[in-house]
Design a protein around this ligand. Structure first.
Ligand SMILES: [Zn+2]
Length: 69
């Protein structure tokens, strides 16, 4: 019985891990500046309470855009 529980929890954790991994990738894809194509050189301006919506600014060209999580 406890073996089944272990397998169940293990599978759930794996699913959760893969979901978070794909999610992080989708957000990371939005970290490209549309203005100068620089990746990841962003400055956080503001976010809502849940952190789902963040406004960022490129450190290189000051282009401002939103990232939706
Ligand atoms: Zn830029």
């Amino acid at each position: 019985m406890s073996l089944l529980l272990c397998i169940g929890v293990g599978l759930w954790a794996l699913r959760r891990y893969l979901f978070l991994l794909l999610h992080a990738e989708a957000v990371a894809n939005q970290a490209n500046c549309a203005g100068c194509k620089t990746y990841g050189r962003i400055e956080l301006l503001q976010s809502d309470a849940a952190g789902d919506n963040v406004q960022v600014r490129c450190r290189k060209c000051s282009h401002v855009w939103r990232i939706d999580a």
